[in-house]
Design a protein around this ligand. Structure first.
Ligand code: HEC
Ligand code: HEC
Ligand code: HEC
Length: 127
């Protein structure tokens, strides 16, 4: 909720909040669904089935019921030459800036490692 995407409407001045030329990127679903800013669904698709947190915590299940991984092309529908940035859009760097998945994935991997039966590691792996 603190991300720039979530607050992309706050950036706009009062009059601009109703200006379709700005909303197309700053709040793409405002006209049809009265949703402000760039939301989860802007990037991940309609969330009616994946939004419960127990579903989102399960990457396979979430994708099975509709969670989409946004592609670079999808980012570029808004991050294009007409958006006000001095630096060209660098997909890899931009992903790092909006990362909301790595911490959870690392935590899960750790949980899996802890749960794995402890077999003695082969000598070659001990370094
Ligand atoms: C629907 C349009 C839209 C899409 C799609 C979109 N963005 Fe954005 N993005 C914006 C807008 C608008 C801002 C500026 C928000 C503001 O400050 O008002 C922004 C800001 C950003 C910023 C700078 C703010 C920050 O958190 O550091 C990054 C990085 C970023 N977007 C990355 C991405 C990536 C990566 C994708 C694709 C996975 C993406 N965006 C898809 C509209 C979009
Ligand atoms: C083609 C998509 C697009 C349109 C249309 C668009 N913006 Fe943006 N806007 C962006 C993106 C993407 C960013 C973030 C750029 C970045 O940080 O890389 C942004 C950033 C901004 C920022 C700077 C936010 C900050 O925190 O520095 C302002 C202000 C802004 N837009 C105002 C507007 C206004 C006003 C309009 C309508 C006249 C508009 N934008 C139309 C995509 C768009
Ligand atoms: C600007 C686009 C954008 C927005 C907005 C966005 N996400 Fe994401 N999200 C991504 C990207 C990119 C990934 C990483 C996908 C990958 O690594 O394949 C991701 C990953 C995730 C994952 C991880 C799935 C897994 O594999 O573990 C979840 C869950 C998720 N997002 C939920 C949300 C929620 C909830 C919101 C709204 C609060 C949200 N996202 C907003 C782009 C976005």
């Amino acid at each position: 909720m603190k991300s720039k995407h979530a607050r992309a409407t706050d950036t706009l001045a009062e009059g601009q909040k109703k200006d379709a030329r700005c909303l197309s990127c700053h709040a793409p679903d405002q006209v049809e669904q009265t949703l402000t800013a760039v939301t989860c669904e802007t990037c991940h698709g309609g969330g009616q089935y994946y939004s419960p947190s127990y579903v989102m915590k399960d990457p396979e299940l979430a994708r099975l019921v509709g969670l989409v991984d946004p592609s670079e092309k999808q980012c570029r529908t808004c991050h294009d030459a007409s958006s006000p940035s001095l630096r060209p859009f660098d997909f890899k760097e931009a992903l790092k800036a909006i990362d909301h998945w790595s911490a959870e994935r690392a935590r899960k991997q750790q949980t899996r490692a802890d749960a794995a039966p402890s077999t003695p590691a082969p000598a070659t792996a001990k370094k």
